[in-house]
Design a protein around this ligand. Structure first.
Ligand SMILES: Nc1ncnc2c1ncn2[C@@H]1O[C@H](COP(=O)(O)OP(=O)(O)O)[C@@H](O)[C@H]1O
Ligand SMILES: [Mg+2]
Length: 212
């Protein structure tokens, strides 16, 4: 079982981007992947529909509520090497359902103080899911996202997050190629395999895999 959920209270911080590109990286290393798009906005499914890349073969829309997401995730985990769940912003009940089934809970965070303020809620959600499961799962990690690595805010993000008590994964920078890949319906590894963005997603995927 390898279920990874991506969650956060805020929209636009890169949850779907991280979910999709992790799927791309796992597929690149020969693993079978299912991506469950549990956001009613279905941005991952829309991204997948833009082209004929990895995402077009592994993204599946999933209805939320009444335990459907958990049931689908568990079944998918028997069929595939890794399951990635993308959750909607705001609807913390869906994020909670994902946290109840995930092995790893990724919490993307941007570098602005507003982004940091929003992390407390989603961190407690993860901890609450662990308490309910009476388990060390999900393992919880912060994932710096859309970071301008050369700015002071960007540089300070890792220590701010560490101060909240959870380990921090390798950062994903704010890079044009990340958004461009979406236009073509591709993940970054497919669209720009030699790019710095690709190296960042590779490092992130490697670090996440180690947790499983
Ligand atoms: N690392 C990045 N560099 C550049 N643009 C990004 C990056 N991550 C996300 N984006 C863009 O920011 C917007 C919001 O990202 P998205 O993944 O949809 O966020 P969320 O799922 O948290 O709402 C999208 O237009 C996406 O293409
Ligand atoms: Mg999203």
């Amino acid at each position: 079982m390898a279920i990874i959920a991506v969650a956060g209270r805020k929209g636009g911080i890169g949850k779907s981007t991280i979910a999709g590109n992790l799927a791309g990286e796992f597929a690149e290393t020969g693993r079978s992947v299912v991506v469950l798009d549990a956001d009613p906005q279905h941005s991952l499914a829309a991204w997948a529909g833009q082209g004929e890349g990895v995402l077009s073969r592994c993204v599946e829309k999933v209805a939320v509520g009444s335990g459907a997401l958990r049931a689908r995730a568990r079944k998918a985990a028997k069929e595939a090497d890794v399951v990635v769940i993308d959750t909607p912003p705001g609807m913390m009940d869906v994020a909670y359902e994902a946290a109840l089934t995930a092995d790893v809970l990724l919490l993307p965070c941007g570098a602005s103080p507003m982004d940091l303020f929003a992390m407390k809620d989603v961190l407690s959600l993860g901890l609450k899911a662990r308490a309910e499961r009476r388990s060390k799962k999900p393992r919880i990690r912060f994932a710096p996202s859309r970071v301008m690595l050369s700015t002071n805010l960007g540089k300070g993000l890792v220590s701010s997050l560490e101060g909240m008590g959870k380990k921090v994964l390798p950062a994903i920078g704010q890079r044009v190629v990340v958004a461009e890949a979406v236009v073509s319906g591709l993940t970054v590894v497919e669209y720009a395999p030699g790019s710095a963005a690709r190296e960042e997603f590779r490092a992130l995927a490697k670090a996440v895999w180690k947790l499983l």
